[in-house]
Write a protein of this length. Structure first.
Length: 132
């Protein structure tokens, strides 16, 4: 036996997957935000104010997803509630997109939001974070 023993990770699977999901969604939002920044810089001036507003909103959502994912990874209890909110915000957006002729984007978005909320509501996640 070697002198360095590893301590098993006691993080429940529900919390690990919730963190992964938030971080992957945040990374995806970061890519879309960067793409929108490029479009904003190359768009005509007439559409600039609206485009910048959408880009800023998406950048804020990116920070939320990445920040809450990181905080939950560090087992910060306060991040669970806001994490649930940002994941659930995807559901009406996904539903609207699915009903508006974009089901290939809307349905996965809805499922991601539902999955994230279920993982964060799970009793094992709640207990691991010390939430009563």
């Amino acid at each position: 036996m070697s002198g360095a023993e590893t301590v098993p990770d006691r993080t429940p699977a529900t919390l690990r997957w919730a963190v992964r999901l938030l971080l992957v969604e945040g990374a995806g939002l970061l890519l879309v935000t960067l793409w929108l920044v490029y479009l904003d810089l190359t768009a005509d001036a007439a559409s600039a104010p609206g485009a910048v507003a959408v880009t800023v909103y998406l950048a804020l959502m990116t920070v939320c997803f990445l920040g809450f994912g990181y905080a939950l990874h560090r087992r910060r209890r306060w991040a669970r509630g806001p994490g649930i909110v940002v994941t659930m915000l995807q559901m009406p957006l996904g539903l609207t997109m699915a009903q508006s002729g974009l089901p290939y984007i809307g349905v996965p978005l809805f499922v991601l939001g539902l999955t994230g909320a279920v993982l964060l509501f799970a009793p094992a996640t709640r207990i691991a974070l010390g939430v009563r």
